[in-house]
Design a protein around this ligand. Structure first.
Ligand code: C2O
Ligand code: CU
Length: 543
């Protein structure tokens, strides 16, 4: 559809005539039923329910070529899955770069009737954070896959619930930059007009944050107000107070904000970019005490986003996220440990990202079908490496930049405990190592620790087995490592990837499979493509 997410008209991938897509609200224990009709003219589509584990419904995970075939134009696919656990989630396209095109929305699961959260709040707001380019997702896909690569650069805008401002700023009068920015004037019904958070004094608000950015790491702050973090990725955390919060692509949080400031004033809500040299103004909206006229702008400038490259600050913040008492603890021992080196590489001159030197490209037959039915020809049956060469220097660009393109799968014995160590390294240019927020489908993992440099066995002694947070997304910081543990107890095939969309597009992903022989009741429509489609045809002709 034509839409103006940041006051500049563009084309977005919308749902039901809306951008972002409709909010989905369910109650823990519900079965959610979504009929997705593909009204795109010439391309397939799927939708992934980010943070929902899909126990017993791995075919509904919404990953093209992994859990299902992309849905063709004109076709309808029915997703049916159970939401087991209350929390803040979202959904998004998982085919090509359709997330970057705007295919996303929020998904919130309430507690079952009669149950109460372990914290009090009066009302809530839900903020879906994203980044937006004026270049189309198609152009980005081609640009990234060109030789030489044409990098997509920083987004034009950061959006809050699909709304940002490109040619004007709400805070123009505080702008110190050399280029004058126009003051925004809104009637209020524009597609890009900010949604004001209207509050009453002396109440507590739960703000649900979900970050579905294609690229940007964000920092969220409300002028003059502290917030208390209580939930991360659908799990309760040990509450902690902070002035601002880093939020990476794929993460969700709930924070509590108490409206205890001067009710005659208004306050900025600001979402700025971190982790890359910013070239995008922060997204802004206003916290309006209902005692004040909403149109009145705050009297002081918006909160300043912390230095983009102050990684020590980011690490310290991530380490504050610990699980709340009563959260399941990780098994004390692991059965298998895999170390995944994150590197930027070249394949025949094309720029790629790789994991242990393998850059993933997806096969045409979804893994869930090919593994379930033993179709060995559907993908490369070799096991991808569990480690990287001991003499690899993570502080320098790769001495041999060449990686291989493969579609191999890590297969786990069912119900075993897996440790994954994400190891960061220098990218292709000197003195550059980027942050990567890794997201696991089908599971939560415990984040056992973050460290600097090369992970060694000794580092495992420092793992937090007492109160590690349970999450589905965790960042590996520049030149560092991040240790995760999870139990391979969910029959299915699951993507594990950097949530930065251009990075996935360039191969920064792996595939995990466990207990696939236990998978039942996969609807045929999920697998009517590639070699599984052929298999169905043969069965039909035999019958
Ligand atoms: Cu939200 Cu595989 O991603
Ligand atoms: Cu990445």
């Amino acid at each position: 559809m034509f839409w103006s997410p940041d006051c500049v008209e563009n084309i977005v991938m919308g749902i039901n005539g809306q951008f972002p897509g409709p909010n989905i609200r369910a109650r823990a224990g519900d079965t959610v039923h979504v009929e997705l009709t593909n009204k795109l003219y010439t391309e397939g589509v799927v939708i992934h329910w980010h943070g929902i584990r899909q126990f017993g419904s791995p075919w509904a995970d919404g990953t093209a070529s992994i859990s299902q075939c992309a849905i063709n134009p004109g076709e309808t696919f029915i997703y049916q899955f159970k939401v087991e656990r209350a929390g803040t989630y979202f959904y998004h396209g998982h085919y090509g770069m359709q997330r970057s095109a705007g295919l996303y929305g929020s998904l919130i699961v309430n507690l079952p009737e009669g149950e109460r959260e372990p914290f009090h709040y009066d009302r809530e707001f839900s903020l879906l954070l994203s980044d937006w380019w004026h270049q189309s997702a198609h152009e980005q896909e081609v640009a990234l896959a060109s030789n030489p690569i044409r990098w997509i650069n920083e987004p034009q805008s950061v959006l809050i619930n699909g709304r940002g401002q490109h040619n004007c700023s709400l805070a123009a009068r505080f702008s110190s930059s050399s280029k004058a920015v126009a003051q925004c004037h809104f009637r209020g019904d524009e597609q890009c007009a900010p949604k004001i958070l209207s509050v009453l004094p002396n109440k507590t608000y739960r703000i649900r944050l979900a970050c579905t950015t294609a690229l940007s790491s964000l920092n969220f702050a409300i002028g003059g107000h502290k917030m208390v973090v209580v939930e991360a990725d659908g799990n309760y955390v040990q509450p902690f107070a902070t002035d601002d919060l880093d939020i990476y692509s794929g993460e969700t949080y709930s924070v509590l904000v108490t409206t205890d400031q001067d009710p005659t004033l208004n306050y900025w809500v600001s979402v700025g970019v971190r982790g890359r040299r910013p070239n995008t103004p922060p997204a802004l909206t206003i916290l309006n005490y209902r005692t004040t006229a909403a149109i009145e702008l705050p009297k002081s400038p918006p909160p300043v986003t912390p230095q983009w490259n102050d990684y020590a600050r980011s690490v310290a913040l991530s380490k504050k996220v610990l699980s709340r008492m009563g959260t399941p603890k990780p098994p004390a021992k692991y059965d298998r440990r895999i170390i995944l080196l994150n590197s930027q590489n070249k394949v025949d001159g094309f720029t790629k990202w790789a994991v242990n030197n393998v850059s993933l490209t997806l096969p045409s037959t979804p893994y869930l079908g090919s593994i379930r039915y033993g179709l060995m020809k559907a993908f490369d049956q070799r096991s991808p490496p569990d480690d990287y060469p001991a003499d690899y220097n993570i502080n320098e660009p790769p001495s041999n930049p060449n990686a291989t393109i493969r579609n191999t799968v890590y297969r786990f014995d069912f119900n075993t405990t897996i440790d994954v160590i994400l190891q960061n390294a220098n990218a292709l240019s000197v003195n550059l190592s980027e942050m990567h927020p890794w997201h696991l489908h089908g599971h939560d993992f415990w984040v056992l620790g973050y460290g600097e440099g090369k992970f060694t066995d000794k580092d495992a002694k420092g793992f937090n087995l007492k109160n590690p947070p349970l999450r589905n997304t965790a960042v590996v910081f520049p030149y560092g490592w991040t240790a995760l543990r999870f139990v391979a107890d969910n029959p299915g095939v699951w993507s594990f990837h950097c949530h930065i969309e251009p990075h996935i597009h360039m191969g920064m992903a792996v595939v995990f499979a466990e207990g696939v022989e236990l998978v039942r009741n996969v609807p045929a429509e999920a697998l009517t493509c590639g070699l599984t489609a052929k298999m169905f045809l043969n069965e039909d002709s035999k019958a």
